[in-house]
Design a protein around this ligand. Structure first.
Ligand code: RIB
Length: 310
């Protein structure tokens, strides 16, 4: 994909978490202790990851979020500075801690994550209002669900009124108010999240096409359902398109969804049709799995373009 001028402008509203990552031979069962092979501490949080993903792919990323007033927050601001992410609208909250994620990665690269949200939970509509000037000129708003409904609703209202594309990555999944769903242009659940958003069991035996159709009936315009190694399913008014993934050597799947969503927002903002934008996103998601931890795995523009073959 040829890069265009000017760079797409994307606002990301969401979380920052410090990631405490351990690689284990297998996931523990309830009540069991499993000894891990390695441990690392590094930056994470779906919002921050996606903002950094956008910047690495050539977008102008503004991140709106909240951290504690602690050394983890100092590390976060230094990271955003290095990565070229505008963090003017990230606030420090002295009453709670910066978000923390415990990430367990199995030897075949699958992950399980628990998060203590801390300051992410305190992000409110006032914080979005304070950043509302940012939404006026952006091409897209990108949100996830590691923050509450209140800031998400305020952000999608403001961005959609300003004419930006609204991309919502419902991770972790929960059912959302109609006021949010009706303003979502692109909803990007994985297969489990798609079912959870409908109040179903995450493993419910339903075909992905009908699950996506039910999500569209809630008011979202387009569903782009990620299906791991099977790629993605794009369901629009015009029909259904299956997009293949890319064959890579998987080390750690943590952050694959973040890379996918960042790339989708960039590609859509550059005017690519949804099928090609999803293929670009599948390449970015696949590349993110080839390195341990999230930030080292987020690809740059040239690497994604080379895999896509454009
Ligand atoms: O999507 C991966 C991210 O989810 C990790 O960085 C972890 O912090 C959790 O927020």
């Amino acid at each position: 994909m040829a890069s265009t001028e000017p760079s797409p402008r994307i606002a990301v509203v969401g979380s920052y978490n410090v990631g405490l990552t351990m690689v284990v031979p297998r996931f523990p069962t309830p009540g069991e202790t499993v000894l891990g092979d390695s441990f690392a501490e590094g930056p994470g949080g779906k919002g921050s990851n996606q903002a950094i993903g956008v910047a690495r792919l050539g977008g102008e990323a503004t991140f709106v979020g909240q951290v504690g007033d602690d050394s983890y927050a100092d590390d976060a601001f230094a990271l955003w500075d290095r990565e070229g992410v505008d963090a003017t609208h990230v606030t420090r909250n002295p009453e709670t801690h910066t978000g923390v994620g415990f990430v367990i990665v199995s030897e075949d690269g699958e992950n399980e994550i628990t998060v203590a949200p801390g300051a992410n939970d305190a992000l409110d509509a006032a914080a979005i209002d304070a950043a509302s000037s940012e939404f006026a000129g952006v091409d897209a708003l990108l949100c996830q669900l590691e923050v509450g409904d209140e800031p998400i609703e305020a952000a999608v209202r403001t961005a959609s009124a300003a004419g930006a594309d609204v991309v919502l990555n419902p991770a972790p999944a929960r059912e959302l108010p109609a006021a949010v769903l009706e303003r979502v242009d692109y909803l990007t659940p994985n297969q489990n999240e798609a079912r959870l958003m409908l109040g179903l069991d995450p493993d419910a035996d339903r075909d992905d096409e009908s699950v996506a159709a039910d999500l569209r009936a809630l008011g979202v315009d387009t569903v782009v359902m990620t299906r791991g190694a099977a790629g993605a399913l794009v369901v629009t008014d015009g029909g259904i398109e299956a997009v293949d993934s890319f064959d890579v050597d998987v080390v750690d799947t943590t952050g694959a969804g973040d890379s996918f969503n960042a790339a989708l927002a960039v590609a859509l903002s550059e005017g690519l049709p949804i099928g090609r934008a999803t293929r670009f996103a599948c390449a970015a998601g696949a590349l993110a799995t080839t390195a341990a931890e999230v930030i080292p795995g987020l690809p740059d523009r040239e690497t994604v373009a080379a895999l896509v073959g454009e």
